[in-house]
Each structure stands twice: as structure tokens, then as C-alpha cells.
Design a protein around this ligand. Sequence first.
Ligand SMILES: NC(=O)c1ccc[n+]([C@@H]2O[C@H](COP(=O)([O-])OP(=O)(O)OC[C@H]3O[C@@H](n4cnc5c(N)ncnc54)[C@H](OP(=O)(O)O)[C@@H]3O)[C@@H](O)[C@H]2O)c1
Length: 331
Amino acid sequence: MNDETMFAAGVDEFGPASTLAVSRRPVPEPGPGEIGIDVTYAGVGFVDTLLRSGAFPLWTPMVPGIEVTGRVRAVGRDVEGFVVGQSVAALLNDFGRGQRAGGYAQVAVAHHTMAAPVPDGVDLRRVTAAVVNGVTAWVALHDVARIDSRDRVLVLGVTGGLGGTTARMAALFPARQVIGVVGRDPDRAPAACTDVVVADALADELDRITPDGSVDVVIDPVGGPLRATAFEHLAPFGRHVVLGNAGRDDRPFSGDETWLATRTVSGLSIGGVAHLRPATCTKALTAVISLVARGILDEPLPAVEPLENAGKVHEALENRTAPAKTVLSMP
Ligand SMILES: NC(=O)c1ccc[n+]([C@@H]2O[C@H](COP(=O)([O-])OP(=O)(O)OC[C@H]3O[C@@H](n4cnc5c(N)ncnc54)[C@H](OP(=O)(O)O)[C@@H]3O)[C@@H](O)[C@H]2O)c1
């Protein structure tokens, strides 16, 4: 650390959204294997609310923010392939190497395996919106569910950031059917969904829109009763991939039902993958940037808020009133 300071939005004690405040904090410097980034945009996701509130065994002071885009400002020892001034996107949820995050800040530090160049001229807002959700969606579909073109894919929480990007990605692979589940408003579902179902009607609707009421893959960032209903409708050899718990109701699975119906339950934490299998993250991030840059993964423009509104964005995410994706712009 040197004496230089920067603006960052963080918490000195874990707490509610109102505790997230902008203050001056020391500028972090990249160590070996790391790069420093002048942040242009930091993405906001539900997981940041968990970081802020103390749901994970981390420590304060904490600056949330696990995805950024910007320009390389410094390159640490033993790093190849990055130069100062280059446009990059990076994941910062690298808790296996110590406490990372720190995206809601003018300067962030990323491990080089979790960063990738962004071609000039590409809209950084779209790229920022796709970093965590795109990488998670890619690994979930490609490496965990291993979807193929005959699969019917059910995406829970499709109006949210992760669900929306996963639906768009599943349509690209391409899955035979992409069924999006919304909490309340079907009009908020992404156009990539072949069918849209309201959560309360899930069981009846699956009977109507699929030949035998079953799906091959469930993408589940929500949990709760929806998880249970989706699992009941998983076909033999079906894969249920748990990505999160936005409904804050962690429903367990029955071993007997998994066994007797020949179903697979998998989980995926991109933070875990980041430090256990960094190459998986690098490959996925490179793929996502390329898909967004070429307009193939058609990520909608996210809402853009100034850094000082980070607390308001967290509040909206917790109240289920946030837009599908928001990014923070740095002062
Ligand atoms: N596995 C990973 O590596 C990874 C990566 C990123 C995120 N996540 C996790 O994924 C989850 C979603 O994150 P996100 O950033 O996409 O959040 P988000 O943008 O807030 O989206 C959450 C979605 O869940 C739905 N939802 C919330 N509570 C619900 C309930 N009780 N019943 C039905 N639907 C409900 C919302 O539906 P409506 O708004 O339509 O009501 C919304 O579509 C979080 O748990 C996050 O931690 C995991």
C-alpha cells in the first residue's frame, strides 16, 4: 500500500444496505500474479448484498463488488499478456486466496487468471453486466450441466441478473426449449425464453408446455418451493444445478428421489471455481467477452448508477424491485 487514496463504497461493519457508504480508502497495489485496474464500471449482483450483510465468513472493512471493467493501471510480477492502458474485464470473487472483492472502487486488483482483455470499441457497460453472470452461466451450462440441443432447460429467477443471462446463454448453445420462471411479471422475462411461466403456476404450466411435464436441466439461483417443484419435474438423467438462494429458503433434496428417479443434483460457486480451477474461469471469461463483443450474447444495457447510489441499488435488490442488472460508474 502507498499513501494514495481513492473513493470506494464499502462497510466498516457488516449491516443493512444503509451502511454502504462512499469514503476514501487506500489504493490497492497488485502483488505477484495480479493486475491493478482503473475501474470504469463495477457490476452489482445479489451476492454483493450477502457480502455486505456478513452472510459469508469474511471480515471488515469490506468493499463489495466482484466484477469490474476498466483499464490496466499496473501489472504485478510474473504477469504476462496485460499492458498498462489496456481495456479489461475481471472477476474479483477470489476468496480462496485471502479476502478479495473490492469492485466498488476507483481502483481494484484482480488475479491475472480472472481477467481478460476487452477489444477496443466494445461497450463496457454490457461487458460489465455479463462478467459474473456470463461466466457462471457458461460454466453451469457447459461444464456442469453439459447441455445439448435436445435439452429442455428450466431457468428459475429469469427476471434477475443471473437467470436472465443464463437463459440467453442456453438459447445460444442451443437448448431445445428455454423455459423462464418469473416471480410475478412475465413481461420482464428475456426474449431468449421460448416459454415463460409464473412461479405459482409452475407445475401446471410444465404439464402444458412440455410433452411429458418434465425438463432435462434446471438452473436454480432461487431455492424455496420453486426448487422443490422444479426438481419434481426433472426427467431421468436430468441435471438440477443449484446456483444460489435468492429466495433465502434453502430447500434440501431427497436422496431417495434423486436415486429412484435417476437425477443429478449439482452445485456451482464461481468463487470456488476461481481459486480451485482458475483456467475454467479464464476460458469462460474469454468466451463471454467474445460473445458480448460480437453481439452474439445480446446482453441488454444495464442501468447505470453513480457509486454513491450503491446502497440504494442493494436495497432494491433485496426488495425485488431492482432492474435485471445495474452497474456503478466511478467518480
Ligand atoms: N453460483 C454462483 O457462482 C453465483 C453467481 C452469481 C449469483 N449467484 C447467486 O444467484 C442468486 C441470484 O443472483 P442475481 O444477482 O441474479 O439476483 P437478482 O438479480 O436479484 O435476481 C433474483 C431473481 O430471483 C427471483 N426471486 C427472488 N426471490 C424469489 C422468491 N422468493 N420466489 C421466486 N423467485 C424469487 C427474482 O424474481 P422476480 O423479481 O421475478 O420476483 C429474481 O428474478 C443469488 O443467490 C446469488 O448469490 C450465484
